[in-house]
Ligand binder design. Structure first.
Ligand SMILES: [Zn+2]
Length: 222
């Protein structure tokens, strides 16, 4: 039997790696890019390899603050089975969302149907109830208590971002990077709608350098 130990403090997580670079312009697209989408980059682990890096990614994406992230890691230590189920669910959602992002030109297609049913399934599971509670100082506070899985709520901001993209009809501007070795997806927020690269600093630059080399070759050959 293998035991997983989670760091007590979020500071113990390594957040310096490539997966914390966000180029998608939308949370749900950055979530998709948390896989090993840049295959020729050595320093690019899959953020959903382990629950702790999943939490690290959510924190880097500002879905969780330090306090909640640390609480989630503690919870995972107490409930390892539920934590690994949550991780599994996150991976499943990511696959479905990639399908949606990459088939964005086909409205009503199978990828869209699968994404909508997954979105509604997770939203349905992360239900909760509103309560009014008395505070220690005699006042009252509204609170929201989740029912069921404590980890289910983690995906809600990602899901809502994907739902917004559907509602606001953003899908026609969702593209995959033009570098064939890179599967990052992004929302093209440029005014002319001609963004081709996930990132000018990496893929865009590489393409420019390759074109330049090609030009030199042609010149020397001719
Ligand atoms: Zn790229």
């Amino acid at each position: 039997m293998t035991t997983t130990t989670y760091p007590d403090q979020i500071d113990a997580l390594d957040l310096t790696t490539e997966f914390t670079r966000f180029v998608g312009e939308r949370l749900w697209l950055d979530f998709i890019n948390s896989d090993q989408s840049v295959r020729d980059s050595v320093n690019h682990p899959d953020a959903l390899d382990a629950f702790e890096s999943y939490v690290g990614w959510l924190r880097a994406a500002r879905v969780l603050d330090d306090e909640r992230a640390t609480a989630m890691l503690r919870r995972a230590q107490q409930q390892p089975t539920a934590a690994s189920a949550a991780l599994h669910e996150a991976r499943r959602l990511r696959n479905v969302l990639r399908g949606l992002a990459e088939h964005s030109g086909i409205p009503g297609g199978r990828a869209e149907e699968a994404a909508i049913s997954e979105i509604n399934r997770i939203l349905g599971r992360s239900a909760g109830s509103r309560r009014v509670e008395s505070r220690s100082d005699g006042g009252f506070v509204r609170s929201f208590v989740t029912v069921g899985d404590v980890f289910a709520g983690l995906l809600v901001p990602v899901i809502e971002s994907a739902a917004d993209a559907l509602v606001q009809e953003e899908l026609p501007r969702v593209h995959r990077c033009a570098n064939p070795r890179c599967s990052r997806v992004f929302f093209d927020a440029s005014r002319n709608g001609k963004r081709r690269w996930c990132d000018m600093a990496s893929c865009g630059n590489r393409a420019k350098a390759a074109r330049h080399r090609q030009k030199i070759k042609v010149h020397t050959a001719g």
